[in-house]
Design a protein around this ligand. Structure first.
Ligand code: GLY
Ligand code: MN
Ligand code: MN
Length: 481
């Protein structure tokens, strides 16, 4: 039997659907031509040209290897749904269902800078065994991928088959690679002392978003706003049944899959005191009238840009006085955070502004044993018992975007026009916190919005959702009518 497959070194997924040589020949013949015609360039392509040019300039004379990454096994012979590494997507423009595991972008030094090559796992055409036997890569099992020519037309990068990559990289050359994404390139590329500098560059490159990216982030926020409306509409179904938080989670997930590629991160659907557990993604609690529901969720678009939005909603549609008073403190803290977002401001000022409001509010409530000013000294920080986390981070293709940037680029740095970040103060009163009066215990509130830095300050991308308690109550009433 022929051993012709398009699968990279994958044997355990080869299905035993080959009773005979006669069957193999029978399966490979009698099919109509199926080339795709009229392929147009991906909308991100023009932007990717500029991004790769900057990469080329920064690492002149060095071969660069940016893998998309392999499938990740969920269990046994099932993989997680595939999602490429953000750096690969950023420099190639490959997105959504078009992304295929094991692809690699190679920038090969040349006289003109770098020759740019995309190695992909091409389609398993009808004349291959993989087409009908390979349950991980075969077209009959998982659907069609692009041919070399089709991919080249779509991404406007010279494209080759990924099974020629080993030979290509075998020609030894000084090489920098993004590691721990792709088993093949990890083995083929020797470690290099500038590797972390390379990882830092590709992460920090995304700090300032271009026009295409900001548009995608706006789309992500708009889809996310619709997802939050779905959540409100799902509330009656969530209340009074076991694991009502799952009803909330599922309502949002439907929106993420229908309008986007996926969730940008696991949804936090935290009813009642679950809101005080910061990464509550178990979502198996009940949704009870009279309590609050904190939902932190974001739709990731086909382009992989994600929103990161939190709303804290009264389950019956009306805030109690205690809920409202704590909510208003967080609301004011977020307003102070928004006001701190402007070009040239220190990134840390966003958190400083929000924490300042929260600390003063907590001091006014009499729960701090020192003054607000004293608490705000970094070496004191008593208010942090209830504020728990920072009030901002960069946002983009990754929910915590640009995480490998140096401190002087992100952290101990100034804000620049085009940066996209969250403003997300919170207050969390644990249910057993005896420093607070009983009516406040078990209340967790976070308000999280996504903003882009503009010439004059910031624009709130997630403005499609209400924030003020009066607006929230009116919005919920309209949706639940
Ligand atoms: N959803 C994660 C965060 O807000 O940072
Ligand atoms: Mn966030
Ligand atoms: Mn969030």
């Amino acid at each position: 039997m022929s051993d012709k497959t398009n699968s990279p070194q994958e044997t355990k997924r080869i299905h035993d659907l080959a009773p005979s040589e006669l069957f193999a020949e029978f399966m490979k013949n009698g099919w109509a031509p199926s080339d795709l015609h009229g392929i147009t360039a991906s909308p991100a392509v023009a932007w990717c040209v500029a991004r790769r040019a900057a990469l080329s300039e920064a690492f002149s004379g060095i071969r660069l290897v940016i893998p998309a990454g392999n499938f990740k096994v969920r269990s046994n012979d099932c993989d997680y749904r595939y999602r490429p590494h953000s750096a690969f997507a950023y420099y190639t423009g490959i997105q959504g269902v078009e992304a295929t595991a094991d692809a690699v972008l190679v920038m090969e030094p040349s006289d003109a800078g770098h020759q740019q090559l995309l190695f992909i796992n091409t389609r398993s055409t009808r004349d291959t065994d993989a087409f009908y036997r390979d349950n991980r890569y075969g077209e009959l099992w998982v659907g069609r991928r692009f041919t070399v020519d089709e991919a080249q037309a779509r991404y406007e990068i010279e494209t080759r088959r990924v099974d020629s990559l080993a030979e290509f990289l075998g020609a030894k050359k000084e090489t920098l690679a993004i590691r721990d994404q792709d088993r093949a390139t990890d083995q083929l590329v020797e470690k290099h002392e500038r590797e972390s500098e390379f990882a830092t560059f590709v992460s920090a490159h995304r700090l300032v978003k271009d026009e295409y990216e900001i548009n995608e982030m706006q789309r992500a926020c708009d889809a996310t706003a619709r997802g939050f409306s779905d959540i409100v509409r799902a509330l009656p179904a969530a209340v009074g049944r076991p694991r009502g938080e799952r009803v909330i989670e599922a309502a949002f997930f439907g929106r993420a899959r229908v309008e986007g590629n996926d969730l940008g991160y696991e949804t936090i659907a935290a009813a009642g005191s679950h809101a005080c557990i910061l990464h509550w993604i178990r979502n198996d609690g009940d949704v009870r009238p009279g309590e609050l529901l904190l939902v932190d969720a974001g739709v990731e678009m086909e382009s992989y840009y994600t929103a990161d939005v939190t709303r804290t909603l009264p389950i019956t549609g009306k805030f109690s006085p205690a809920q409202r008073s704590l909510y208003m403190l967080v609301y004011e803290a977020q307003k102070a955070g928004f006001a701190a977002v402007k070009p040239g401001a220190d990134w840390v000022d966003i958190n400083r502004a929000s924490q300042g409001v929260l600390a003063h509010g907590l001091a006014d409530m009499g729960v701090l044993t020192v003054s607000a000013e004293e608490s705000l000294r970094p070496e004191v920080g008593l208010h942090r018992r209830w504020t728990l986390h920072g009030a901002t981070h960069m946002l983009g293709m990754d929910v915590h975007d640009c995480a490998q940037a140096r401190k002087d680029q992100y952290g101990e740095s100034k804000l620049e026009v085009g940066m996209v970040l969250t403003v997300e103060p919170g207050l969390y009163i644990q249910p057993d916190d005896e420093l607070f009066a009983p009516e406040f215990r078990g209340i967790g509130i976070r308000i999280e919005d996504d903003v882009v830095v503009t010439e004059t300050g910031c624009r709130i991308l997630s403005n499609g959702l209400p924030r003020h308690p009066d607006e929230i109550e009116a919005w919920m009433a309209a949706l639940l009518r």
